[in-house]
Write a protein that binds this ligand. Sequence first.
Ligand code: COA
Length: 437
Amino acid sequence: MNKWKKKYQDKLLAVEQLVAKFNSNDRCVSNGQVVEPVAILEALAERAKRGEIKGIQYHILAPQNQQPYLDPEMSDKIHLNALFVSKPTLDLVWDGYADYLPSFYGEIPRNVPIRGDIDVFMTRVSPMDKHGYFSFGAAADLSALYRQAKKVFLEVNSTMPRVHGSCFIHISEVDFLCESEAPISERYYGELTEEDIRIGEIVAAKIPDGACLQLGLGQMPNAIVKALMDKKNLGIHSEMFTDGMMELIEAGVVNNSRKRIHIGKSIASFTNGSRRLYDFLDDNPGIEFHPVNYTNDPVIIGRNDNMRSINSCIEVDLFGQVCSESIGPKNFSGVGGQVDFIRGAKRSKGGKSIIAMKSTAKNGTISKIKCVLTKGAVVTTSRNDVDNIVTEYGIARLRGRTCSERAKALISIAHPKFREQLEKEAHEINIISKSGK
Ligand code: COA
C-alpha cells in the first residue's frame, strides 16, 4: 500500500462516525449544486433528529436534492443560508425556514467568512489518484474556502468526474472522509421552441469568430449554441460549463486559440448537466475548473478580447433594470455570476454582454418587458451595467442610450400585443421625453 493509500485508510470513517465530528452551532460550507455531500447531510440530519446536535449554519449554492434537512421542522437544527435558491429550497426560503445570502458569486468566498470562522468545509469529490489528490469534480466554486476551515471532510464518490484545473485537494489537507455511492444528479432541458431558436439566431449574429463565451443558466444558452455551429475559433471562460459547450468543442467550433489567458483551455467553475457531459469532463486536459473568486473576477474576465457574456432574466423594465432572481419579492434563483460577467465583458476589448429572454412568460399572458419592475422584484443587473437585451423580436442596445431611447428600443422588442400599453405607461411616467427625441 502506498503512503497516500495508507493515509486514506487512516482517515476513512463510516458516515455515522464522520458526522459525530460535528458540533452544535458549527458554521459549514460546501461547494455547490451536484457536489453537495448527500450522505454526510443525511447522516447529519439523523443526528439532529435524535436531538444530538442543533444550530448548524449551512452555506451552499443551489442544493439539488430534496434532503431531509430541507424540512421546515429541521430549520433550527440545520439552517440553510442558500447562496442561490434552487427548486428544492424555493418554498423553504419563501416561508422563512431558510435564508438567502445576497452576494455576487465571485465575491462569495470573501463574504461568507465575514459571518465568522468556518468550522467545517465538506464536499463530494472524485476518488483519490495515485499522488493522493481528489478532484473537486463538478464544482470548484467555493473551494478557496477549505484552507480557512477548521475541519475538512470529504465524501468520495466514484461517479464524480476528475476535472482538471485549480480543482484538487490533497489527502494531507483532509481531516476525515467517507465514501458514498449515490450518483451525482443530472440535468436535462426540454425541446427548443420556435422563439428559442429565433433568439439563438439573433444572439449568434452578435458573436464574431474568435469571441470568448460565457453562457448562463436555463434553456436560452442551448438555443444559442445551436446557432453557433458555423463559427470558428471560439473560446470559453464561464462560471458554468454546459452540455452545449461540450457540443461546441466536439464540433471544433471552440478551440480557445484566440484567448489571451488560458490559451487552448476552456475555463469554468462548475457544471450541472448530463451524464455524457460528466464523462466528457473526466480527465479532460482541455477543460479546467477554478474557484469562483478567480473565474468570476471581472479583471480576469476582461483579459480576454471579444468577451460575450450571455445570460437570461425574469423581467426587464423600460429603464433597463434587469430582474433575474425573483418573481416579485419571491426569490427564484440568485444573482449568480450575471453581474460579474457583465462587468468583465465591459472590461474586455470588444466585449459585450447580452441578456436574452422570450418576450413573454406564462403562455404569452405576461410581458417580460415591463414599464416598471413588478413590486418587490430584485434588481440583479442595474441600468448602469446593462448592455444589450434580446427577445425573439430583435435586439435593444441600451448602453450609452438615454432613458427615452432605452424605453423606445425595449418597446420595439416587446411582444406586439403589449407594445401599445407599454408606450402608454411610458408616457404616463415621462420615461419617453415630451420632445419625442
Ligand atoms: N413573470 C412571472 N413569472 C415568470 C416571468 C415573469 N416575468 N419570467 C419567467 N417566469 C417564470 C416561468 O414561467 C417559469 O415558471 P415555472 O418554473 O413555473 O415554469 C420560471 O419563472 C422560470 O422561467 P424560465 O424562463 O423557464 O427560466 P430559465 O430556466 O430559463 O432561467 C433565470 C432563467 C433568469 C431564472 C436564470 O437564468 C437565472 O436564475 N439567472 C440568474 C443567475 C445568472 O444569470 N447567473 C449567471 C450564469 S450561471
